[in-house]
Ligand binder design. Structure first.
Ligand code: FAD
Length: 501
């Protein structure tokens, strides 16, 4: 019998099946494997497990007779069941573990990756052209814009500027409570979701698997049709306001003008090319301003691509990189997403969003969650694993550089020029979290000391020698030297230990 083509659970869109030299033929039989071992080993967010299984089963239903869908304990067992010893092709998987697995199976041929704009070769050429200098996102992004003709006028960037960030990064509108934008698209569940929910309940009851987070209506697209609806709604109604408030946070409006497209992109339901093309079309037709469109294109063609390639470029050792020597374990209240145990209004709000939906936007991830862990010296690999399991859009490739590099500075600055540590003043400027809070962003000591402000100075204290030698953090290190109450700040922070703030 002839070859079959294997679709991983994050290769669900039509662009994984378009024929061509490097893809399966139109009538190649397909196989999909639902491996229970993935969930058995670690505690995933319930909403994430639901989304992934729902998306795979929806895709299998669409493909009908063309696909053999097997449930198995492991991928190996599943492959034996579905394909016997027939030859199998698969597009380059998205994790090192999955790549190692398919490479080790003699019957499997690995085809080039799909679902990204920039090929491995293109990235390698760019990295080579940097000649050992740091691989900064901004350079990569500009090169990608030009090479893929995104928001370009000839060989110049539209409007003459590559980066319109200074029009963005606004604090949230005061006293508004929520941004004045139409609500995001939300899917409606169907019989496939009922079946997934039933299975997850059953596995959980039998003690076979355990989840974190709450079950609730599925919030994110599980099918191509739903993902296209979400993309259309976003570009038509919400993209115009994406830019200005990209970095702002509001208690009662967790989504603001963000696209909520990450899980659809990462499941492979959407192709990044179509997302940036639609955004560019909205600008060209005058429906969205350039600062918003450029901001969105940068997220996808810049950040997302850059993260994907760094994951492969950095190699396996990156996983255990720990330049700051942080080894503290994550406390239980954090691992369990116990938002009710937390007094600090920002952190309890964000943990509750995560517990209830498996998603928060970029700035809560970086400046509320990541920042808190960084200040406390938590083990970066344990934190990466936690992010991976708790977020609906979390995958190995996207979590490693984002958490280890960007958020925890565990790579000592290969990705960012300085650690993303900040005190309460930044959070107060960029959110409405602080006014109802029991702590004050400008208090370093005493009953009302903001855990972020005190944590920030404790972090600077712990890493003073490193920070004073980095031009981007030298000022903070010098500022710390002038604090008269530093001993008290550090003593109080140490007394808090890993208790919920
Ligand atoms: P928008 O704000 O609307 O942005 C549009 C798109 O840009 C996103 O859908 C996403 O596909 C892409 N994007 C933007 N920034 C990044 C980035 N740094 N890395 C990869 N893609 C990016 N994103 C994930 O997809 N999966 C993750 O596991 C993940 N973990 C993160 C962990 C930390 C500590 C941090 C700081 C960021 C992480 N991100 C991750 C990036 C980013 O926070 C999410 O992509 C974004 O919040 C998803 O919401 P959205 O779709 O509304 O994004």
């Amino acid at each position: 019998t002839g070859a079959a083509h294997w679709l991983f659970g994050d290769q669900l869109g039509p662009h994984f099946l378009t024929p061509g030299e490097e893809g399966p033929h139109r009538d190649t039989p397909l196989l999909m494997i639902e491996s229970r071992a993935v969930f058995r080993r670690r505690r995933f967010h319930r909403a994430k497990a639901h989304l992934v299984l729902s998306a795979m089963r929806h895709r299998a239903a669409e493909l009908g007779d063309r696909v053999t869908y097997v449930q198995a304990r492991t991928y190996r067992e599943g492959l034996r069941k579905a394909a016997g010893d027939r030859p199998v092709t698969v597009h380059h998987p998205t994790s090192r573990a999955a790549l190692a697995l398919v490479d080790a199976l003699p019957q499997v041929t690995v085809l080039p990756a799909r679902g990204f704009l920039v090929s491995h070769q293109e990235f390698a050429d760019w990295a080579e052209s940097r000649g050992g200098r740091a691989l900064r996102q901004e350079d990569f992004y500009r090169r990608t814009r030009a090479a893929h003709d995104l928001l370009m006028e000839g060989d110049r960037p539209a409007s003459g500027r590559w980066n319109l960030d200074h029009d963005n990064r606004e604090p949230p509108p005061r006293d508004a409570g929520a941004l004045d934008v139409p609500a995001p698209y939300r899917p409606r569940e169907d019989a496939v979701d009922d079946e997934v929910r039933h299975d997850l309940d059953r596995w959980e009851r039998s003690g076979e698997v355990a989840f974190v987070g709450r079950d609730g209506p599925r919030h994110f697209p599980a099918t191509r049709r739903e993902a296209l609806n979400a993309l259309r709604r976003f570009t038509a109604e919400r993209l115009a306001t994406f830019g200005p408030y990209e970095d702002a946070m509001l208690t009662d409006d967790p989504v603001m003008s963000h696209s909520l497209l990450s899980s659809s992109l990462n499941l492979g339901l959407l192709d990044p090319a179509e997302c940036v093309e639609r955004a560019e079309a909205a600008w060209r037709s005058g429906d969205a301003p350039l600062n918003s469109v450029e901001g969105f294109v940068r997220q996808i063609a810049g950040w997302r691509e850059y993260i994907w390639h760094l994951y492969w470029h950095f190699g396996e050792e990156y996983r255990t990189t720990n330049a700051l020597g942080h080894h503290a374990p994550l406390p239980d209240w954090w691992s369990d997403l116990d938002a009710d145990a937390v007094t600090a209004h920002c952190l309890s709000t964000v943990l509750a969003q995560l517990r209830d939906t498996g998603w928060t936007h970029h700035i809560p991830r970086l400046m509320i969650l990541g920042n808190y862990a960084l200040q406390r010296g938590w083990d970066p690999a344990a934190l990466t694993d936690w992010f991976h399991r708790c977020f609906v859009d979390g995958y190995d490739w996207v979590m490693l550089p984002n958490v280890l590099g960007m958020s925890q500075y565990a790579d000592g600055g290969r990705m960012t020029t300085k650690p993303y540590a900040s005190g309460g003043a930044y959070l107060n400027r960029m959110s409405d979290y602080c006014s109802p809070c029991a702590y004050r962003p400008d208090h370093r000591t005493g009953d009302r000391a903001c855990p972020y402000t005190a944590g920030y100075w404790t972090f600077v204290h712990r890493h003073h020698d490193r920070l004073v030698h980095n031009p981007r953090t030298a000022q903070a290190a010098r500022g710390m030297e002038r604090l008269t109450d530093l001993d008290e700040v550090v003593r109080q922070e140490e007394a808090r230990g890993d208790g919920a703030p």
